[in-house]
Design a protein around this ligand. Structure first.
Ligand code: BDR
Ligand code: CA
Length: 343
């Protein structure tokens, strides 16, 4: 559906203009599918950042997923290839060698030529939208904050110039998934996280404390329609579940990114607990502590609204329902996705 028509499709309400910042990534992929097909959202663009995998994989996965979802009209901006101050670390053991688990979206795809890989780098792309539409844009960041940090450092007013900036990142009381007290998105680029928090560029936060309130099992995905896109999702999730079984000892996986997207923008009542805190991110050279969020009394930084609990059952039903609609058959998918493992 073209962006211009989306307002009418949302029961007459104007669809909310959104930019997604992603490091696609298995759970980013599911968030993208849901955002691309949600009538409530007007997906104005997707910005890519290195994190789960290197930037070339993030950009290609993102373009392909949007294409399979029938959204080649959504511009994709390629952003930071490495964190602001540190070496890039990636997570092939969590997301697979190219970011989509047991499936690889690496085959040549001529139809991708229709995706608008905009030449404007992500931080400027964000800046241009914020300046052109003051107070209107919502930015949902689902990866390390490098693109947002770069935008802030060049004077983009994410704090005051947007409707809202939402971030999936960090952990408060839950054990970290990267270090003892650190969550992946925060640990990959602690300097960017600290810069954004110090400048008030994060309004709402979804840490592990909220996103880990729901576990998705492989069986949960049995109800998806039998389409090529559903097969891609299942093969990716199967990898994610294998990882979580090994590392977390759970028979299922967390889907941090789509849980954040839905809780923040599509089904707010799933959030059952929020707190408001001034936060900072540790930027020490010691990788064992860098990336940990902590509460600060620094009155100069605005408080962040933090979701600390969600209704797992409600979330699961909402996410799976939306995903089932997102993977429905589209002619372009069967033309461009073959039956081979490598796609
Ligand atoms: C976050 O890190 C990445 O692995 C996921 O995509 C998610 O954004 C969870 O810690
Ligand atoms: Ca992510």
């Amino acid at each position: 559906m073209e962006g211009a028509l989306r307002g009418a499709a949302n029961g007459g309400h104007q669809a909310r203009p959104v930019i997604l910042d992603v490091d696609t990534g298995i759970d980013d992929m599911i968030a993208l599918l849901i955002a691309a097909t949600a009538p409530e959202l007007n997906l104005r663009g997707v910005t890519c950042v290195a994190g789960n995998v290197e930037i070339q994989h993030v950009a290609r996965n993102t373009g392909k997923i949007l294409h399979y979802a029938g959204r080649t009209d959504v511009p994709v901006s390629i952003g930071a290839a490495r964190p602001l101050a540190r070496r890039l670390r990636t997570a092939p053991e969590t997301h697979g060698p190219t970011g989509t688990g047991y499936i690889e979206l690496t085959g040549e795809d001529r139809a991708l030529g229709t995706t608008d890989y905009t030449a404007i780098p992500a931080s400027r792309y964000l800046g241009a939208h914020v300046e052109r539409h003051p107070g209107e844009m919502t930015i949902v960041a689902l990866g390390p904050l490098t693109n947002l940090g770069a935008a802030v450092s060049t004077g983009v007013d994410l704090a005051g110039g947007t409707r809202e900036v939402v971030w999936m990142g960090g952990t408060l009381e839950e054990r970290g998934n990267t270090t003892e007290t650190g969550e992946w998105n925060a640990c990959v680029d602690p300097e960017a996280a600290e810069l954004c928090l110090a400048r008030g560029a994060i309004h709402r936060l979804f840490p592990l404390d909220a996103t880990q309130d729901v576990i998705f099992t492989l069986a949960d995905f049995d109800g998806l329609p039998e389409t090529q896109l559903a097969r891609i999702v299942r093969e990716a999730v199967r990898f994610y579940v294998d990882y979580h079984r090994r590392v977390d000892g759970i028979d299922g996986c967390f889907l941090h990114d789509p849980v954040t997207l839905i809780a923040a923008l599509l089904r707010g009542e799933v959030v059952t607990e929020t707190i408001s805190e001034r936060l900072a991110c540790d930027t020490s050279p010691d990788p064992a502590v860098a990336g940990s969020l902590y509460r600060t009394d620094d009155q100069r930084r605005p408080a962040v609204t933090i979701a600390t609990a969600i209704d797992g059952e409600l979330m699961k039903a909402e996410l799976l329902g939306r995903l089932a609609r997102a993977v429905q058959p589209r002619p372009s998918v069967s033309q461009t996705v073959g039956g081979r493992r490598r796609q």
